[in-house]
Structures are given as C-alpha cells and as structure tokens.
Design a protein around this ligand. Sequence first.
Ligand SMILES: [Zn+2]
Length: 382
Amino acid sequence: MSAPPLAVTSVGSWPRPPELLKALRKLQRGAMPRAEFERAADQAVLAALAAQEAAGVDIVTDGEQRRDNFYSFIADKLEGVKLMSLADMLDVVEDKEGFRRILDTLDVPAYSIHNPTCVGKLRRREPLAEHEFRFLRAHTRRAIKVPLPGPYILTRAMWVKEVTRAVYPSKEALADDVVAVLREECFGLRAAGADFIQFDEPVLTELVFTQGMTRTFMCAALAARNVPSEELELAVSLVNRVTEGLDGVRTALHVCRGNWSRNEATLLSGSYEPLMPHFARMNVSQLVLEYATPRAGELVVSGDKELGLGVVNPRIDAIEAPDAIAARVREALRYLPAERIMLNPDCGFGTFATRPMNGPDVAQRKLAAMSAAARSLRSVSG
Ligand SMILES: [Zn+2]
C-alpha cells in the first residue's frame, strides 16, 4: 500500500447515526432481520466514508458501523461466545466484592455493558471483518485500514474462569484458539486485498498503570489479579503468533488508555515508556498511540516501527488548530522520517455505539484539521 508521507488516518470507529442505533437495538432484540440491519449499516458506512474523504483522510475505515463496539461484536461471529451482562457476571465471579468495587469506579452505566464470554469451543462462524472490508473497497479508491480486536484483549475478555474452565483448561488454551481465529481472519483479509490491519489492545496500559488490577469494564476478568510482566509476555507472544507469516500487509497495534468517558479523571494516566520494550518485540509495522492529551506523557518512539501519532482528542469539542497539530508532528519528526509517521486521532470517535465521544461534525472537522497540518508540513519538506 502506498501512503503519502504523514498519511492521515483514523483509529477506527465513527459515531453512528440515530437511525442505525435504532436498527441496532431492534437487531439485538431480535425485532429486525440481519439483512435489514446490514442495509441500514451500509448507508451509515457510506456517510462515514464521505465524511472522511471530504476531510482529506488518506487511509479510511468503515467507522465500525456494523459493530456494537470494537470487540464484543465478535460474539455474533464466533461459535462458543455468549454476551453476558455485568449482572450475569456478578452471579458467577468468585471475587464479588472486587467486582463490585470496580463497577463503582466506572463512569459508565453498567447495565449497558455486555462481555463476550467464552462458553464453548471457539470457531469462526463467519468472518469478523472481511465483509466490512469488501463493502468499503467497493466504494472508495483510498487505502483502507481494518481494525480488529487484538488477541490479548479477546483472551482476557472471553476468559471468565468460572464459566470458561468447563471448555478450556486454562487461559492459555483459550488463547490458542483466539490466535487461530484471528489468523484465519487476517489471512482472509489479505486474500481479499486488505493492506492495513490494526489490532486494538487498550488493556495493555492497565497492566502497567494499575499494577495488574483491571479497572475498566473492558475485561471479564475484572477483579482478577494478574502479574503485569507475565501478562505483557503473553500479549507479545499472542500478537506475534497472529502476525507470523502475514507478509505484504501493514499491521498496527493500537494502545490507548480508555475511550469511554469525557471525564478524563476516570481514564488512565502514564507514559508508554514501560510498555515500549514489549511493543518493540511485537511483530507489527506500526504503533498507533495517543499523544493528544497530557495523560500520555512524553513522546516515546520505537526506532524500527512506524508511528501512528495521536494528534487530536476525540473526547473534546474544541477543534485542534492545524498549527498546533503541526508542531506536535514536528516533534515526532525529530525521531522518525515523514514516511514513517501517520497522523490519527487518539482513539475512535464512537468506540461504543451507544456512547460516542463526539458527533460526526466535530469528528470531520478534527480530521480536516489533521489534513491541513499534514499538507502544510508536506509542502515545507518539499
Ligand atoms: Zn483507543
């Protein structure tokens, strides 16, 4: 895939229009046939695409319009996965007190959260994202990025020991099948012509910033205590097993500190520094990192990888000025050439369908500001 220097792209999700949210609720209630939902989603994808193209985005996504969120959508696509409400989970987890404590700290309505839980042998019933890619490919000539949940978050989320143990003896055994499912998907995407696949692994920041105590709803093992160094090793090995032999496709790892609330205080803080040695060993072409908020700390660069530099905050209304964005990029240009830097927002604009962080107008204007910054920098560098 040829991308211009300082290519402008997004992390993945785009706010869903009200008609699509209505359709999603009907689909989830069983009150709308899947084909009808997909037709509504087609229209939403085309609108998200048009907004990105109008904003001058070089590498587009489908806005994840067909998903309820960036990872639990896989429950529809895989055999052996069931969505469990947090109330269901509270019934089964052993450490109920710990679980309750975590729920209390969340700035999120617990009733709206469902965790994809492994309750049977995992098998791909249908592709996770190949249909998303094919639809977008048929409607744009631009390069396309396909976001997928990474193998570590899927394993962590799906492993609810009290339930999953009946099927898989250990988290590692479950992980073997998660890797197999993702490899099948990635190789299918490559055969379909996809040129950029991004793995979302937001939970990795929790490991280092909360000493292994999960504090978001993004994982079923909510109250489970994990040894951060062991978990990071597991994440490195899972990502590398998924991407082994996946040549000819640009791959990326996206790691942020959560994107479910505008209340920055509930989101995690800390530099990527302690994660960098692990990122460096992951066999991916690019790291897509958030740098638009002070919570992310100083810029840290992994020398042999491209950087997807977060330059706008999806959780605020103010549109970042192109000059300020360009200044941020110039800082990164001290470490990496323009060919190895892409510009993206810190995260998606609608990670969770029912909880978008901004509307489509603000999202489009932020992308347009990024494009303006990229154009000005390219014209200077000649
Ligand atoms: Zn993110």
